[in-house]
Design a protein around this ligand. Structure first.
Ligand code: GTP
Ligand code: MG
Length: 202
């Protein structure tokens, strides 16, 4: 399950315009700034294939990256970015959800959750929406390296991860798979690639 090639293919806002070659795909979604683009780069071992930024709101389209000429990683805009104009946020939310509901080659959605902070309401709501719509989901906890900079009263990533899973339990018939990651240390990279290989072979 190693990545040999990774190529940027296209950016779209309508799911109908996305690549039509039928290859299976895996989409990264999560709050703005949670580390979607960074994780994609970590997975394919490229520093700047997907563009990242300290400022939220960097990714604004459905971006397809083809891996090993046989499957796609899809980078999406984040949700919950309060500083973006409301109109733009509504747009992002609508076209990503349209994409989730209608894209037939989508194998699974990877919902990224920041493990360095306590659960956020908007993340719980997003997980609930995915559960209600029966969209296959894997929880990817990000920034698990940020354990030393915990503020007073801040919890360790392991505790945040456990609490989050407890809070979403009711939304799913069976608990979603979950993986702890860091794009700084590349923790979880092999586990995600193995997970993708397993999902592709079903
Ligand atoms: P949008 O495209 O704006 O929705 O953001 P995104 O989810 O793609 O986040 P991005 O990958 O651009 O990363 C946002 C910020 O978080 C950047 O400053 C990254 O360097 C930082 N970051 C991402 N992943 C990690 C991680 O695993 N650990 C740490 N410490 N920082 C991270
Ligand atoms: Mg991004």
């Amino acid at each position: 399950s190693q990545v040999v090639t990774a190529d940027y293919v296209s950016s779209n806002v309508r799911f109908e315009d996305c690549p039509s070659d039928g290859l299976p795909e895996f989409a990264l979604v999560g709050r703005s700034n949670v580390g979607k683009s960074s994780l994609l780069n970590s997975l394919v071992r490229r520093k700047r294939l997907a563009l990242t930024s300290k400022k939220p709101g960097k990714t604004q389209c459905i971006n397809h990256f083809r891996v090993n000429d046989s499957w796609y990683l899809v980078d999406l805009p984040g949700y919950g970015y309060a500083a973006a104009p409301q109109e733009l946020r509504t747009d992002w939310d609508k076209f990503t959800k349209d994409y989730f509901l209608n894209r037939s080659t989508l194998v699974a959605v990877f919902l990224l959750i920041d493990a360095s902070i306590p659960a956020k309401k908007i993340d719980l709501e997003y997980a609930s929406w995915l559960g209600q719509n029966q969209i296959p989901m894997t929880l990817i906890f990000t920034k698990c390296d940020k354990r030393k900079k915990m503020k007073n009263g801040g919890k360790r990533p392991e505790e945040n991860v456990e609490v989050f899973q407890e809070l979403i339990r009711g939304y799913f018939q069976t608990a979603p798979p979950w993986i702890m990651t860091s794009s700084v240390t590349n923790q979880g990279r092999d586990e995600i690639l193995l997970h993708i290989a397993q999902l592709r072979n079903y």
